[in-house]
Ligand binder design. Sequence first.
Ligand SMILES: Cc1ncc(COP(=O)(O)O)c(C=O)c1O
Length: 363
Amino acid sequence: VSSIDGLPTPALLLDLDILERNLERMAARAAALGVRLRPHLKTHKCVEVAALQRDRGAAGVTVSTLYEAAVFADHGFDDITWAFPVILSRVEEAIELAARIRLGLVIDSATAVDALASCHPGGEPLRVWLKVDCGYHRAGVAPDSDELLALPRAIASADNLHFAGILSHSGHGYDAIGRPQMQAIAEQERAVMVDAAQRIRDAGVPVPEVSVGSTPAMSVVDSLIGVTEARPGNYAFYDYTQCLLGSCEPEDCAVSVLASVVSRMPGHSVVDAGALALSKDPGPERSAAGMGPVHAEDGLTLDPDLHLTSLSQEHGIVSRPLPVGTRLRIQPNHSCLTVACFDEYQVVRRGEVVDRWKIWRGR
Ligand SMILES: Cc1ncc(COP(=O)(O)O)c(C=O)c1O
């Protein structure tokens, strides 16, 4: 145990009390909504955090890269969905991993189904999910397309494949303004997915699972009838973007970047946290806090107008001149991208550093 004021900067702080509260709240929410929780681990990339989620009832986990899948498999997580359209040049690696654990793969094209159908898993059939576009328009088959029925049929008729179900991500929730708009997006996702599942069933293909998920939608949704699991990720830490969206309160943000002023200029100061500590996510357009709000070292507000105005690789520009050596805490606009800049968390409980946890950020 040591104190925060002894830490070299930049450092990534993780507040354990806040983390545990966030995990408990989402676990309770999923239980109340009658869905299993399969948290997305890309937010934290940390075995210790995933273990806390599993202790609170998470049924399987979600990852965004095959590297994450392999790391968590090596640490005893044996039910993993790789929630990313399968990368054809990595199918062999995926098959090797699927021989060890219950691995879910995601497709949204006939090309990917053909590639999987022509491989030889050698054991259990590969578990394949169909990604459905629930309104975000990033990836997934359109719910009114012929592919919605054709791809499940193709999967179900391949001996080496098992149709696991349909999966969506309501990322357009990040553009919502206000709770009613967010609720409408969450309900749209549910309705699109439940209707899509019904049409696939009517076409003669069983749909065991209907999986939805994003942190904004999960924080406001009233009903998930017809859905079997949810995959939020960011809720473990939240961030300034989620505060502006209304998914959380500022006191729910579990990670921050501890930084020091290294240069004082007439109109600003420079800290040792640039784009490679915070990422360049600008947050929602309506953010007045630029690249992130800045607090005192103890996390308390110094001045509501103090924020990062811009970032270069290692320099962060703070909106006011401050004495060299001043230690500050920056609240990230996007915790997932910020975490991916660091090798470890400084785990903090009530102002003391109590542990260090590795961030598995390889590719
Ligand atoms: C496919 C998929 N599922 C789930 C999530 C988790 O969403 P969130 O980070 O809003 O919790 C993401 C996030 O990007 C995603 O891409």
